[in-house]
Design a protein around this ligand. Structure first.
Ligand SMILES: C[S@@+](CC[C@H](N)C(=O)[O-])C[C@H]1O[C@@H](n2cnc3c(N)ncnc32)[C@H](O)[C@@H]1O
Length: 246
């Protein structure tokens, strides 16, 4: 599967409607509510480092990793002035760090990129092992509703000055996997366009499945909120946030 290769160079531009400042404030509020101060954080699937950057600005020390070296290259540039950070190329399913953390976070539906229940189980086990006692794991997912009803079996088109792209999606009821076929036409001069394609896949997990796998990994207290607040989830929630305590 080809994902987050050339797209990495456009990621920040195309994600400009995501407010990473607000996202980092939400995470800081969750940490505070759980009695956790300026702790060390591990960010899994950090992408281009937007969330890490905001947390580093607030004085957290961050280790972060991602599977895509193109995304990491951008993160590396972006975070070059921060001393209290380390970046790694690793897989969520089998990462191993040389220390434990007060919090592990993963944002922007990265967890949906794990396509097998057993792989998700392994990820949660890894996270649990890398948390200090009393530490928390914060992550969000795209819901089954969003992947099947909003994104799935739909085509999205975006026309910007320097990039035109289409996003064609297929949701498979039997596996709960949504295939995203992205086609980009990128231009530097507005007259010649270069095409490239990516294929992304996200899996829908029910809250019950995630809750069960977190408990199997050893987490005791699990809270579920509609992102980005502290209310309970609804049938049509599109993004939900989990907080699991060790
Ligand atoms: C939607 S992006 C989110 C990036 C970042 N968390 C953010 O908030 O902008 C999903 C990220 O997950 C990464 N990813 C997907 N599968 C992964 C895996 N198994 N291990 C580590 N990173 C992974 C991708 O490379 C990509 O950077």
């Amino acid at each position: 599967m080809n994902s987050y290769g050339e797209f990495a160079l456009l990621y920040d531009e195309l994600m400009d409607d995501f407010d990473y400042v607000a996202w980092s404030e939400y995470i800081q509020e969750i940490l505070k509510n759980n009695g956790i101060g300026k702790t060390s954080i591990l960010e899994m699937a950090c992408g281009t480092g937007n969330l890490s950057e905001e947390l580093l600005k607030k004085g957290f020390s961050i280790d972060a990793f991602d599977l895509s070296h193109e995304m990491l290259a951008i993160a590396n540039n972006k975070l070059s002035n921060f001393k209290n950070k380390r970046l790694f190329k690793m897989d969520m399913e089998e990462f191993k760090m040389d220390r434990t953390y007060g919090a592990v976070i993963s944002a922007c539906d990265s967890i949906n990129y794990i396509l097998e229940e057993n792989s998700l189980r392994k990820t949660f086990n890894r996270v649990y092992e890398h948390l200090e006692d009393g530490g928390i794991f914060i992550f969000d997912i795209n819901t089954e509703y969003k992947l099947s009803e909003i994104l799935g079996n739909n085509i999205f088109i975006e026309d910007r000055d320097d990039v035109f792209y289409t996003w064609e999606n297929h949701y498979h009821e039997d596996t709960g996997i949504c295939d995203f076929y992205l086609t980009f036409f990128q231009s530097n001069n507005g007259s010649e366009y270069r095409r490239f394609d990516e294929h992304h896949r996200e899996k829908a997990y029910s809250v019950e499945t995630i809750d069960r796998l977190l408990k199997e990994a050893g987490f005791t207290e699990i809270l579920v909120y509609e992102a980005f607040g502290f209310r309970g989830i609804k049938d049509d929630s599109e993004r939900i946030n989990f907080v699991a305590k060790k």
